[in-house]
Design a protein around this ligand. Sequence first.
Ligand SMILES: [Mg+2]
Length: 384
Amino acid sequence: MKITEIIVHPMFVPAARPVWTAHEKMAGDSVTLVEIRTDAGITGTGEIHFGPQKAVCDLVYRFAECLTRKDPLGHADIWQLLFSSTSPRPGGLGGWDGLPAPLPRGQRPQAMAAIAGIDIALWDIKGKAANMPVYKLLGGSRTSVFTYATGGFYVEGAPLDSCAGELAGYAARGYRAVKLKTGAMSMADEITRVRLTREAIGPEIMLMLDMNAPYDVEDCIRFAHAVAPYDICWLEEPLFWHLQPADFVRLANASPIPLAHGEREWTRFTVRDFIDSGALKFVQFDSTRHAGFTESLRIAHYAEMNGVLIAPHSATHFHAHLVSAFGDAAFAAESIGDPARHPIEDGLYTTGIEFRDGRVHLNDRPGFGLEIDWDFAKSVRNNA
Ligand SMILES: [Mg+2]
């Protein structure tokens, strides 16, 4: 089998009402679909959840030039070929050896995102070629995977307690675990939001906090002790972006709550150092942002060996396959509680995962089991 064509489909749906995390405004839903066609008639698709969308699409097309006629089942070779374009190589200056010239340093995050979308599409092809779902390719047999609902995004003018009712609503829909966005308000207000949420969901539902990197070590230790009485499962992305594994170790040694981290790391090499530090109980990676499903698998195996639970970030329809295959080494695949937050995923796929009873249910279709509504894809195309 050979790759014949790679096409990108940038999509965007503006939010009826923008929301914020502690760090940034989310003006809408942005997904770049990567389609890889082969001479065997098999087509695979992957997604990229990273931008700027135009820059990422340009890089996918640049990579595509050297992938035509390559075997799509050689996903590790293709991964290495593309990744090698982020560093110098002997004879590689100017692309004179027929491969992409070493990319400018500023394009590294977009390159890792482009690799992500291509790599996920290759796994979809692999499953379709083997006529089995990806979770079975990985050795998994569970079609029911634990999930949790993320919510509590910030809305301008909303009262402090709006997050509590929202997350209690997810629990009422069957979720056994929920995750609250925190970190945007004063520490006192955030402690109040956590208390109100715990009171609303009751004592039985697991509660995690997604902080989006708002604190230094000392402030985070204070915060951790203040919210510990509300039975918190993890603190996610607790420290400023520039703080390193050694800082996480200082926090972990003083925090009564375990730490989760990793969704913004570009490669397995920095995640390795966080795992080696011993500071994490949960590791999060995102196949759609950086380096794809192949790199996520490498991280998952390393985490399993080191007793760190895997809890991949978002993109449930891909990551649930991986969680299925890791048994007790996996905690859960993440879901976004409010479907209005992901209109593209809802409209793009006519088959796929099903949320029921706090779990994600996988189908037995080959690849990632996703059938695409191309009319919808055209209707939300981002031509900007
Ligand atoms: Mg997060």
